[in-house]
Design a binder for this molecule. Structure first.
Ligand code: CA
Length: 221
């Protein structure tokens, strides 16, 4: 077998390993993002406090704490959904009272009407009480699959979870917000960075191993 043929085989072998590595990575990422909170996980939102940019003027006031009252009723007449006034850039904010590593935020939208109001809403997680200073976990692009909107925040760290609609004359209305995550234990921050960015760290490791394996294979040929 010629040297050229051997190099071609090694390159093809390395490419196949790379493809397999990326496929495994994709599967792991999807699995991580789509898992529900563990059974029995504590909803951190229940111990927090909630505020919002304004309150509607209505006989059924949609005060902010109604989104963390533990009642997932999706009909506004059930007195358990929030409602701001129609205004520019409305927001709702949850203060968890201390920082957590937030894995999941689950919103419960209204179903009796108006569920499209949450389209374009940004969910921010971070330590700034000014929620738009914090990174975005997700932007709601689809409200067609039911009232429950699960969002994966991949261990973003923060004390505040905010729902912000960057649009004129809009309304934030939420029937429930659940937050699941872990306490941030004292220790080297490298653990937290890798936890938050593990979906980035793992491909780097896989790519590194794949290329090292390919180089070793080429050396043996
Ligand atoms: Ca509620």
């Amino acid at each position: 077998m010629s040297h050229t043929q051997s190099s071609t085989d090694s390159s093809a072998h390395g490419s196949m390993k790379l493809l397999i590595g990326l496929t495994v990575l994709g599967f792991l990422s999807l699995t991580y993002c789509c898992e529900d909170p563990a059974q029995g996980a504590i909803n951190l939102a229940r111990n927090g406090t909630a505020t919002q940019s304004s309150n509607n003027v209505h006989s059924n006031p949609g005060y902010a704490p109604k989104a963390i009252d533990g009642n997932n009723q999706t009909d506004f007449s059930g007195w358990s959904c929030t409602h701001t006034k129609p205004e520019d850039n409305p927001w709702w904010k949850l203060d968890l009272l201390k920082s957590y590593r937030v894995n999941h935020v689950i919103l419960t939208n209204r179903e009796d009407c108006c569920k499209e109001r949450l389209l374009g809403a940004e969910i921010h997680v971070g330590d700034s009480p000014n929620i738009t200073d914090n990174p975005v976990c997700a932007t709601i692009m689809d409200v067609s699959s039911g009232a429950r909107i699960p969002l994966c925040c991949k261990g973003m760290e923060g004390r505040y979870v905010g729902v912000f609609i960057p649009a004129p004359s809009s309304i934030v209305t939420l029937c429930e917000v659940e937050v699941y995550g872990q306490k941030i234990e004292p220790g080297p921050r490298v653990c937290c960075y890798l936890s938050h960015h593990w979906s980035l760290a793992i491909p780097v490791i896989l790519l590194q191993n794949t290329f090292q394996f390919g180089i070793r294979s080429a050396d043996l040929n």
